[in-house]
Ligand binder design. Structure first.
Ligand code: NAD
Length: 381
């Protein structure tokens, strides 16, 4: 019987918890023991009493929770003391930001853990149910629009009233991946007039199918700008200049800009210059979802709302953490599905490391960093 530990997240921005009472109940029914550090779910609205009702054991602190654990479930990095308290070979699963956080990867290796980074789960059909990046990006896209609406001093929908007409907000979404598409859908539901851009040609149809207008430089480079894995490529300086000119003119006329553009393993592309921000009307709002990878908007400040010439730039880190109950629930379901590859039918730890999904996401084992992309940082997925 596997012992699965869940501890409180210690990353300063983190409000999520890796397992919910509901997910714990299912693991226990399938033959595991679940030990949760007291208070681990508090910030995501999952109190200890709900975990207990689900059959989980509550440990007073993280050292007690992980003592004897076969698997440690995290949202983000375990603390050094937590790694030190694990028995050798313990499986650790979480979002470890492995391209950027070399120190953590080394610590997980030095701690003799068998660590899996959920970022590296391949986007194949069988792994869709484990796709943490999608589940969290989807909620981040939704929340970005809600945050923008919260500080925007006007309405989103057009309203015709006896006292006059309120104009619909114009929303521009930059980057139409999972987060961007949900931002488009949410802004549309609120009644905004929505446009969007992306460098991947496949995005055009998806944007249009949500009722938004697609805005991009559609040249030969654009038509070839997608990797086999469906991700964006880094664009040439020439393309970036053309795209910047097109979007700068567009941004000037927008009320809300939501940026979500990312390139795996690279700093976020700079898409909105200080001049473009200055060209917007006072009261306009930008939300930069890429702030943790360096940001898409010039002048964004991590964790803050920067006000530049009357324009607000929202730079909240960890947007999924601002909707922590739902993001934890989806994360827990993703991770529980992933555990299905690690636990056998009696609930014992028996990972098949030849499985394509486990192989792609395994980062450390037996004291070594084993993921090929981490051995050579230029080699991205
Ligand atoms: P992401 O978070 O890596 O990037 C967000 C978006 O930014 C992407 O659409 C990207 O093309 C865009 N972008 C990058 N540079 C840009 C620039 N200079 N200007 C404008 N936009 C730029 O992407 P994601 O949300 O993880 O999705 C990437 C792709 O993977 C999408 O096609 C998505 O539908 C696909 N996907 C597939 C699966 C699956 O098959 N299981 C699951 C999830 C996502």
């Amino acid at each position: 019987m596997a012992v699965i530990a869940v501890t409180t997240e210690t990353h300063p921005d983190e409000t999520r918890v890796a397992l919910t009472p509901d997910a714990a109940r299912k693991l226990i029914a399938a033959g595991s023991r679940v030990v949760v550090q007291s208070g681990a779910g508090d910030r995501a609205s999952y109190p200890d009493t709900d975990f207990q009702a689900a059959g989980a054991e509550i440990a007073p602190d993280s050292a007690t929770a992980v003592a004897g654990a076969d698997v440690l479930l995290k949202v983000r990095e375990p603390e050094d003391a937590e790694i030190a308290a694990l028995k050798p070979g313990t499986i650790v699963i979480g979002l470890f930001n492995p391209y950027q956080d070399e120190e953590l990867v080394d610590a997980l290796a030095a701690g003799n853990t068998t660590a899996f980074a959920m970022e590296f789960v391949p986007r194949i059909t069988r792994a869709q149910v484990m796709d943490v990046l999608s589940s969290q990006a989807n909620l981040a896209g939704y929340r970005a629009v809600i945050e923008a609406a919260g500080v925007y001093s006007r309405a989103f929908p057009m309203m015709m009233t006896a006292a006059g007409t309120v104009a619909a907000a114009k929303v521009f979404v930059m980057g139409a991946g999972v987060a961007g598409l949900q931002a488009i859908a949410t802004a549309r539901r609120l009644g905004a007039v929505v446009t969007a851009t992306d460098v991947r040609p496949a995005a055009k149809e998806q944007v249009e199918s949500l009722g938004a207008k697609f805005v991009a430089v559609e040249d030969d480079e654009f038509r070839a700008a997608e990797t086999a894995a469906g991700y964006a490529k880094e664009m040439s300086p020439e393309y970036r200049a053309k795209q910047a000119a097109l979007v700068a003119d567009h941004i000037r006329k927008q009320d809300i800009v939501i940026t979500t553009a990312l390139i795996p393993g690279r700093p976020a592309p700079k898409l909105v210059s200080a001049e473009a921000v200055a060209s917007m009307k006072p009261g306009s709002v930008l939300v930069d979802l890429a702030v943790e990878q360096g940001g898409n908007v010039e002048g964004v400040r991590r964790g803050e709302i920067a006000v530049v010439g009357g324009v607000k730039i929202i730079g909240f880190a960890n947007m999924p953490g601002r909707i922590a109950a739902d993001s934890s629930a989806l994360y827990a379901r993703n991770v529980s599905a992933f555990l299905g590859l690690i636990l056998d039918k009696d609930g014992a730890v028996a990972p098949n490391l030849d499985d394509e999904i486990l192989k792609a996401s395994l980062i450390t084992r037996a004291g070594q960093v084993v993921h090929p992309a981490l051995a050579d940082p230029s080699d991205t997925v």
